[in-house]
Design a protein around this ligand. Structure first.
Ligand code: BGC
Length: 732
């Protein structure tokens, strides 16, 4: 029998041997139980100067370098913002030609904004996040949230419209959804990148209130509410300094005032100087036009600037710290099983694409209940227009998507009606970017087809190419491309039962509007667009989209154009309209739009009643409601539908001039036929405040306001005065 002493000796010996064999303890930064900041500091402390430099500039079009010695993998970014872009060549803008990079293509962001559906924005973000994860990405370059200042903006299609409040709500939900999937979002383009004309050099001059009240709220909400991990600095200048080296935007506002902890990446090729960039708050340089990555401003030139003492190493450390922090927060160093697994092209993702398209399309006109069509009563349809059969996914610039599939309108209609209905198709017009010469007789043939059919669906619009909703150029005017207005006029003269569907990333002038009974704004509706359109045409889906931007009667009615403040002079653009962007201009100046912001019809009717304002008792903080707006919405029609109830605030006697009204709350409700729903929309004091440029603070001024509630900015159904008892002041 073994004695106790002997047992103790054996145990002690084996413990000693185990210690001798033990691996060195893993470094602190690899321990997921440690706080992120401790892990960042630990890893930073192990890096050489050259390794640090390698993390603050690209080593291919969409990556930064790996550091195998420390187990730091390559960091993969991808566009953004309507899905995960196809794989690109490492060193040029060509497609890499992979076969496993098809993804879900969601409707464009201006369309998403038209849903006014924040839950859906979250699902949208989640979908992209899950696909990015499945594709091995770490940061998605989106959402894009620049405010639509001019309807000509070539990238308006990928932004969330003209209103800062709507933009903020949708962006926050998109980012929360995307980042829930273990992906960093990168909100772009910060800031005032509101046009494509001379985007690489234009210098934006604007007053402080306009900057804070119109152009920054979306970014601020992304940082402070959604805790976005990435911000992309824009190409243009603001007040004389390029955005990627703009101390006021990056250091003062983004990092100091808002407390942003993530990384600031330049837009691709937006860096112009080593010292200014290093000093003024950029953390990662991408896309610079240099053949060798070591020649990027934040590569060898930065190394030399540090070695010669021009830039302190602490500035580089801060940049690297932010790059590392983002990696830790998305679990780059943790076991691959940490965080969501990712998935791509699932049935659910395609259903999200469909739902967004269903909710995004806006019924602009529907005289005499032209829509919905009754498939049992229709034996023939003439579908007309190149856009009825075009594929749009791979267009528009960096927002392009290699969609797994795309259902164009013609296909959607064919699938929906089946063999019982005779569907003819004529092209009617050809988009201007076609290589082929325009074919003579296209309109004549379309008119003949229209005469033969009971109903006509013309799918008109832009081509999502050069000068027509594409990155790099703005539109020249708001007209449809050549031939389409004439086509519409002649077809509707031949067959008055003509429905016009517009595919575009924004407003179109409609000289034919009085003659056409029904018009649908379909945006660029994603891979399920044709199915969604057919669903709306035949009443399977009740349209509920509301315009996320004003449609002016003519370009000259829009603020920047009315004031001749676009596209700038001698490289400088003064935002002369100030706060009066979009409907703020039309409503304050009493200009009648073609279709107002927030507008969209339904196949049912909604009645509004019983507006009640309940003031909160006690001291509210900056985020708690000061008043709850409540009303009853009754679906008084014959079918279920969804209404977006919008709350606009009007200041009766403001100390500083204010727009006539501003959107400060909204809610979607979908009562069944005959049903009444109670809608409650809380307003915080932010709903009443303006930015006081003298004091650099937000002031919610004591006084009377009018709370307006309705189905669009020009369809106010209920209103009531509200008194703010005391003035409150909040810092930025
Ligand atoms: C665009 C960005 C995009 C980047 C990378 C730039 O031209 O402005 O939105 O993320 O390219 O493709």
């Amino acid at each position: 029998m073994i004695t106790r002493v002997a047992l103790a000796a054996v145990l002690a010996l084996s413990a000693l041997m185990a210690t001798a064999r033990a691996e060195p303890a893993p470094p602190l930064y690899l321990d997921p139980a440690q706080p992120v900041e401790a892990r960042v500091d630990d890893l930073l402390g192990r890096m050489t100067l050259e390794e640090k430099i390698s993390l603050v500039h690209g080593d291919s079009k969409f990556t930064t370098a790996a550091i195998p010695r420390l187990g730091i993998p390559r960091f993969w970014m991808s566009d953004g913002p309507h899905g995960v872009r196809q794989e690109m060549n490492a060193n040029d803008w060509g497609a890499a030609g992979h076969t496993d990079d098809y993804s879900t293509w969601l409707p464009n962001l201006l369309g998403l904004a038209a849903t006014f559906d924040t839950d859906l924005a979250n699902s949208y973000g989640q979908t992209i996040g899950a696909e990015a994860r499945a594709r091995g990405k770490q940061m998605m370059l989106g959402p894009a949230i620049n405010i639509q200042r001019t309807p000509l903006g070539g990238r308006n299609f990928e932004y969330l419209g003209e209103d800062p409040f709507l933009t903020s709500r949708m962006a926050v939900n998109y980012i929360e959804g995307e980042q829930s999937q273990g992906i960093a979002s990168c909100v772009k383009h910060y800031a005032c990148n509101n046009q494509e004309t001379e985007r690489n050099s234009v210098d934006v001059e604007l007053d402080e209130r306009t900057l804070r009240e119109i152009y920054l709220p979306g970014f601020k909400a992304a940082v402070k509410e959604a805790h976005v991990l990435g911000v992309m600095a824009a190409y243009n200048k603001v007040r004389g300094q390029y955005c990627a080296q703009n101390a006021y935007l990056l250091k003062t506002i983004l990092k100091d005032e808002w407390g942003f902890k993530g990384l600031v990446v330049s837009d691709w090729g937006a860096v112009h100087d080593t010292i200014q960039t290093a000093e003024n708050g950029l953390d990662l340089e991408m896309g610079t036009g240099q053949k060798l990555y070591e020649n990027y401003y934040l590569a060898n030139p930065l190394l030399h600037a540090i070695q010669s003492g021009q830039v302190p190493v602490s500035a580089l450390d801060e940049m690297v710290r932010r790059n590392l922090r983002v990696r830790f927060l998305i679990h780059v160093f943790d076991a691959p099983t940490t965080g969501p697994a990712g998935s791509i092209n699932t049935k659910e993702h395609h259903l999200i694409a469909r739902r967004v398209a269903d909710e995004a399309m806006v019924l602009l006109k529907n005289d005499g209940a032209t829509l919905p069509l009754d498939p049992d009563k229709i034996s023939s349809i003439a579908v007309i227009g190149e856009n009825a059969s075009s594929h749009f996914a791979l267009r528009g610039g960096s927002a392009q998507i290699k969609a797994l599939y795309e259902v164009p309108p013609l296909e959607g209609i064919l699938r929906r009606v089946g063999a019982a209905v005779n569907v003819s198709y004529s092209i009617g017009y050809m988009q201007p970017d076609r290589d082929t010469d325009p074919l003579p007789g296209l309109i004549d043939r379309a008119v003949e087809a229209a005469k033969q059919a009971q109903v006509v669906v013309i799918v008109a619009g832009l081509n999502h190419g050069d000068n027509y909703d594409e990155e790099g150029s703005d539109r020249e005017d708001l007209r449809l491309p050549p031939g389409q207005d004439e086509l519409i006029e002649r077809v509707v003269a031949a067959n008055p039962r003509t429905i016009v569907v517009l595919m575009s990333g924004g407003a179109i002038e409609m000289p034919w509007l009085d003659h056409v009974p029904a018009v649908i704004q379909a945006w660029y509706p994603g891979m399920e667009g044709g199915n969604a359109l057919a669903g709306i045409l035949f009443g399977d889906v009740n349209p509920s989209g509301k315009l996320s931007c004003t449609f002016p009667k003519k370009l000259a009615d829009s603020p920047a154009h009315a004031l001749d403040a676009f596209p700038g002079e001698d490289g400088v653009e003064h935002y002369a309209e100030g706060l009066l962007v979009g409907y703020r201009w039309f409503d304050t100046k009493n200009v009648e739009p073609l279709f107002p912001f927030g507008y969209g019809l339904s196949y049912t009717k909604f009645d509004y009643a019983d507006l009640k304002l309940t003031a909160a008792s006690g001291d509210a903080d900056a985020t708690s409601p000061v008043v709850t707006v409540q009303c009853q919405v009754t679906n008084s029609g014959a079918r279920q539908g969804a209404e977006v109830v919008q709350v606009y605030v009007h200041a009766d006697k403001p100390a500083l001039p204010r727009p006539d009204q501003e959107l400060k709350g909204f809610a979607r409700v979908d009562p069944k036929a005959g049903e009444t729903r109670t809608v409650s929309i809380p307003l915080g004091r932010g709903a009443f405040s303006y930015y006081d440029p003298a004091k650099h603070e937000w002031v919610a001024e004591q006084g009377t306001y009018t709370i307006r509630v309705g189905g669009s900015s020009r369809d106010i159904r209920l209103q009531s005065p509200f008194t703010l008892a005391t003035t409150t002041v909040d810092p930025e």
